[in-house]
Design a protein around this ligand. Structure first.
Ligand SMILES: Cc1ncc(COP(=O)(O)O)c(C=O)c1O
Length: 410
């Protein structure tokens, strides 16, 4: 048990498992693709749909729900509500931020292309073609984004560094605080892809010196696809003009949302990151993730991180003991909720080029385990609804598979 978690915390985690129907049907270890829907989120969605069907939706209440969810997400990452915009996904958040910056031809952005998700690659190449900026890329080191490599690439023309806090595979944690301090000192903006970290890792955007952070809601935030958040530090946001201007991106000064006022003559941008909001919101998805955010905040983000990463650590150690190649070996104190298994980082997703790993994947899925394959590695990812029984079940299956394989080789 980690020092942060006493028995009462563990009992709370045990109780909330009952509120995830998908947790009862076998080990669900695939939050890195998408999380299980929590029944509180389902109730919020159902209530919205019932009102929609009955013709009783109330726009004022819907706006109140939007502001409530904005404030909940802000408190999860320790920001102000004015620093949060609603987006469709991580790509949208990164692209919105990137396209709203005052680039000059010859400026550059630094990324570790070989480990980043396409969500944090294509937006920069799009800007490169359109505006003549350069994408400077840094190679990975044994599955880690190298902090020293990133720092070495920053030069006088670097405007932005874009990095994921946790990679989608092999799922290692990046030292965001160290990079944040250095970027701030050098006057370079830091944007973080929080797809894999937000909802599991305790995150304080101010302490990390992060200027912008993009998240989507279908993974550890236990919401729906097609919905995301963009944090932009207020001082940075207020120096930017949004790439799309919308009625929710301007200060309506108390006017009805359908009123454009005298837009041609003048308009005032909304405060902070609110200027990046575009048109009507995805109300049902916002209400659903609002319920999940309440649950995460009730549990406490430090406790969530300790519990979930603790499960992943126990699992990784069990896999090593069972003779499997956990990528990176036994996890250290900075392990995450993601454990990948396989010999080398490749390029295949959804099927592994390594025959052993493909066989093991087929065996586990046939026995009701839900997991993923990314970059040729089996990917097991944990969240608040998992428990030790899930770990024991998978380890038991792995031992059965290993024994059957040694019999067939003998
Ligand atoms: C690191 C990372 N970034 C981004 C995404 C998703 O990007 P988007 O929300 O734009 O689909 C994922 C997973 O789907 C991811 O693992």
């Amino acid at each position: 048990m980690t020092p942060l978690l006493d028995n009462s915390h563990l009992q709370r985690f045990a109780r909330i498992r009952d509120r995830f129907p998908g947790a009862k049907t076998g080990p669900y270890l695939d939050v890195s693709a998408r999380g299980l829907l929590y029944d509180g989120a389902r109730e919020a969605l159902d209530a919205y749909l019932d009102r929609n069907a009955a013709g009783t939706l109330d726009k004022g209440a819907m706006f109140a729900g939007v502001e409530k969810t904005r404030a909940l997400f802000a408190s999860l990452v320790r920001a102000e509500p004015d620093e949060i915009a609603f987006t469709r996904n991580v790509t949208d958040g990164i692209a919105t931020f990137g396209a709203s910056l005052p680039w000059q031809s010859g400026d550059n952005v630094v990324v570790c292309e070989s480990l980043e998700h396409p969500a944090n690659i294509f937006p920069w190449y799009g800007l490169s073609r359109r505006l003549g900026i350069t994408v400077k890329t840094v190679g990975h080191r044994n599955g880690h984004i190298p902090l020293d490599g990133i720092l070495a690439q920053i030069d006088d023309a670097t405007r932005v560094v874009a990095v994921s806090a946790v990679s989608f595979a092999p799922g290692f944690r990046f030292p965001v605080a160290e990079l944040g301090a250095e970027c701030r000192r050098r006057g370079v903006l830091l944007i973080v892809d929080g797809a894999q970290s937000i909802g599991v890792l305790d995150t304080d955007v101010k302490a990390l010196n992060v200027d912008a952070l993009a998240a989507s809601t279908q993974k550890s935030l236990m919401g729906l696809y097609g919905m995301g958040f963009l944090y932009v530090r207020k001082e940075v946001a207020e120096a930017l003009a949004p790439v799309f201007l919308s009625r929710f991106g301007v200060d309506l000064e108390g006017q009805h949302e359908a009123s454009a006022g005298d837009a041609a003559a003048s308009y005032k941008l909304a405060q902070g990151a609110r200027r990046f909001d575009v048109g009507n919101y995805n109300y049902p998805a916002i209400l659903a993730v609002g319920a999940s955010l309440e649950l995460l905040l009730e549990l406490g983000s430090k406790e969530v991180e300790a519990f979930v990463c603790g499960l992943a650590r126990d699992f990784a150690n069990g896999m090593v003991d069972a003779g499997l190649s956990v990528f990176g070996g036994r996890p250290g104190p900075l392990g995450t909720h993601i454990v990948t298994v396989g010999k080398s980082l490749g390029f295949d997703h959804d099927s592994a080029a390594d025959k052993d790993m493909s066989d093991l994947y087929a065996f586990l899925t046939a026995n009701g385990v839900r997991l993923g394959i990314r970059r040729d590695l089996l990917r097991f990812s944990f969240h608040i609804y998992n428990n030790q029984a899930d770990i024991l079940r998978v380890l038991d299956l792995v031992r059965q598979w290993t024994a059957a394989r040694s019999r067939s080789v003998a």
